[in-house]
Design a protein around this ligand. Structure first.
Ligand code: PLP
Length: 444
């Protein structure tokens, strides 16, 4: 009997007792290859000696001092580094304890920005369907994951949503990628006009969609078009890089590959790489300047913001990524991994699409390829896949059922940046066995 309220109230998961490199070991002595980095978290693998040493040193020096009284070197250094490596004038950093907290922070910062600009009517966000921005009430409200939102819908602010950029599902036969992108941007413009630009705070989107659709990158030019519309109608652009940021796609920030500069960037997961709970918001200079010139304070705060040990861990993660040239490694290994997956599943009757950027990769599963017909949610394919994968010592992140009224199952793969090609081949082989047995029992 466990006293923890686990995710699944009817089943206690295996007890993890140790973890090193890309492997996690449970109390029964079984080992698991971490092919999803948890949920795209463990970018450096487990027990990285330099991150552990940085945390130990920080604990010995100063484990905690409340930010109402002090700042600390680790947090200052981390913020300076994130700002220096971010493009443009994304010069300011707000440090919190995770992705949802960071999203709440970005939403409030954006609202206060407009308040202090003398535009209090701006109180609505625009967001996208099939998106996930966190599980707290503000983050759920801008998210587009209906099964997560539905029980709490009466508690959520109203947020109009537009289509995500999801070429595999939504580009019509015969339609070019350019025409599809232009149609999405027209839909966004219509939504802005319908809501009234004077009522809008900003547009919220994941640069590369993570768990709700399975590593879906934007089409070329999509975010440049979004930025243009945000500029034209005076909306802030808030990009959620909790899953796709901090190197996961081969650049430190995924939006660098889309040629845009957002006003606010939301970070989590890979920032602490699983060593400490930490999230952050990067803000452009004009946002912070307005608050500085206005009330002089951001009306927000959390007890554990800017935590010294979390900041020290995240700083060490940044140092390792740079010193070991891991961004280049992500690009190279991502390409190799996608090639292996295409070789293994490119002609698979139930793998409709293999996509992603860097080491954030998705496989979309279909009952029938030509029509892209999804599996029925009652088959609970994603749940079967998770069980079969764990039985083969493989951690992957399948999602499925019905998300925002759309059916579909996909598998998210996000191995640590240090995963070798031999390990990627082993992951591919275990995944093949997993799929075969899952589909056999699901189709039986
Ligand atoms: N945003 C995105 C894109 C995410 O994938 C997640 C978590 O999966 C979050 C926000 C929320 O982060 P957290 O679970 O750390 O609160």
């Amino acid at each position: 009997m466990s006293h923890i309220i686990h995710r699944d109230l009817r089943r206690v998961p295996p007890v993890a007792v140790s973890a090193a490199g890309i492997t996690v070991t449970d109390r029964a002595g079984r080992t698991y290859l971490d092919a999803s980095g948890g949920a795209a978290v463990s970018s450096l693998g487990h027990a990285h000696p330099e991150v552990l040493a940085a945390m130990h040193a920080q604990i010995d020096r100063n484990a905690y001092a409340h930010t109402a009284f002090f700042t600390c070197d680790a947090a200052e250094e981390l913020a300076a580094r994130l700002a220096a490596e971010a493009p443009g004038d994304l010069d300011h950093v707000y440090l919190v304890s995770g992705g949802s907290e960071a999203m709440e922070t970005a939403l409030k910062l954006a609202r206060q920005y407009w308040l202090e600009a003398g535009q209090p009517r701006r109180r609505t966000f625009l967001a996208r369907r099939q998106s996930y921005h966190g599980n707290t009430l503000g983050a759920l409200a801008v998210g587009g994951n209906e099964w997560r939102r539905q029980p709490f819908a009466p508690l959520l602010m109203d947020v109009p949503r537009v289509a995500p950029c999801y070429e595999y599902r939504d580009r019509a036969d015969g339609q070019s990628t350019e025409a599809y992108t232009a149609a999405l941007l027209r839909e966004l413009e219509q939504a802005i006009l319908a809501a009234g630009p004077e009522n809008l705070i900003g547009f919220v989107a994941e640069t590369v969609v993570g768990a709700t659709a399975g590593a879906v990158p934007p089409t070329p030019g999509y975010f440049r078009g979004v930025r243009r519309l945000c500029d034209q109608y005076g909306l802030l652009l808030i990009l959620d890089e909790v899953m796709c940021g901090i190197g996961r796609t081969g650049t430190l920030y995924a939006f660098e590959q889309d040629g845009v500069l957002p006003d606010l960037v939301v970070l989590g997961k890979g920032l602490g790489a699983g060593y400490q709970p930490i999230g952050a918001v990067l803000a452009r200079a004009h946002i912070v300047q307005r608050l500085r010139d206005g009330s002089g304070a951001f009306q927000h705060g959390h007890t554990y913001m800017g935590h010294p040990v979390a900041a020290a861990a995240a700083l060490a993660v940044q140092q390792v990524i740079q010193r070991d040239c891991l961004l280049g490694a992500v690009t190279a290994r991502g390409t190799a991994f996608r090639r292996m997956l295409r070789d293994a599943f490119g002609n698979h009757p139930h793998v409709g699409d293999i996509r992603g950027r860097g080491l954030l990769i998705g496989l979309e599963l279909v009952a029938e390829r030509a029509g892209k017909t999804p599996f029925a949610p009652e088959q609970r394919l994603h749940a079967i896949i998770k069980g079969e994968a764990m039985a083969r010592g493989l951690m992957i992140y399948p999602m499925g059922g019905t998300i925002d009224g759309r059916r579909g199952d996909h598998i998210l793969l996000a191995p640590p940046f240090i995963t070798t090609e031999a390990e990627l081949a082993e992951i591919t082989s275990r995944l093949a066995d997993t799929l075969t047995s899952s589909l056999t029992s699901s189709l039986a």
